[in-house]
Design a binder for this molecule. Sequence first.
Ligand code: SF4
Length: 387
Amino acid sequence: MPPAPKPEPARCAGLYVHIPFCSAVCPYCDFAVQVGSAVQRAALVSLLCAETVLWDAWERPFDTLYLGGGTPSLLEPDQLDRVLAAIRGGLPIRSDARIFLEANPEDVTPRRIGEWRSLEVSFLSLGVQSFDDGELRTLGRRHDGRKARGAVEACLEGGFDTVSVDLMFGLPDQDLAVWSRNLDTLAALGPGHVSCYQLTIHEGTTFGRRRASGRLVEMPESGQADFFAHTHERLADSGWEAYEVSNFARAPRHRSRHNLKYWRHVPYLGLGPSAHSFDGARRWWNHRALGDYADCIDRGERAVADTESLDGEALALEALMLGLRTVEGIDLPRYRLRYGVDLPGLNRRLIAALVEDGLVHCDAETLRPTLRGLAVADGLAARFRLA
Ligand code: SF4
């Protein structure tokens, strides 16, 4: 068994804040979200402010603050400002921390852009999903293609350091030509960052029920692989470099400093219902139901629903899985130092076979997935011996 992992040397942590409200719940969504009222939104703001106080013993400084959800852009700017002020007052946020905000296109107006800029948001992530009206209807989104294009243009003109666009492929019956037009539109707009996620259909969602009753047929794996390869090739041709399975940046400064923490196994703290946290060896998560979360905070208790301690082998496997989802891959000397695992020594034949199959590159310093390896990243890590 690998020895206990060494603590990660002084890398700043990430802070995530979950806003669980959306104007409607999309039929594929598996997140902890609900349609909240104005009263519930106001109450959540107070709860988040109170929750920051309960974590005032957290010591590792934060250099990212991510307002995600849900739809954080549903909150009024003065509500977001209250949450940010509570965080700055109670938690060790660095003055140069990068602030991320998720927004839906229907919430983007010139006034809102100015207000978000006043809040020092530097990375604005737009949940576009598609520029095609038919696909947007399939996905149950509240905006159309025109609104999506206008929102991206307005945010690009608004002066954020980075505007990011989320798109989704692998829809049932999705036409590759329509997807290509989405990528053409994206290329014409030219945001600094793009996330292209493959649709996953979860049980318990509307799409999951439609699939169970035969009314919705998932795209077959071969089709998904074609869309994945096409997406990576087209985005590379248009100037976006992949740095993770689903994430692309026009320059390193546009990469998501916050999400890189998840993939690099750096500690993070989550506030809000359902938010997850990790301190380098232990993971915990808040109550998912808003009522349970609120009851804890109102009693002056942290809203932790459960905790999981990860032993050395579990941490080493997790770090390998996460690292193989990134283009930078695994820094082998650092991995050995932190997790006590000599990956090349234990997996010489496997690595040679993966190199031969064109799935990884490997030298003395790094183990990196190729594009073909990225496409099957989740299965690759499980093939390695760690002890
Ligand atoms: S907008 Fe995003 S978070 Fe909200 S319901 Fe739709 S997919 Fe889920």
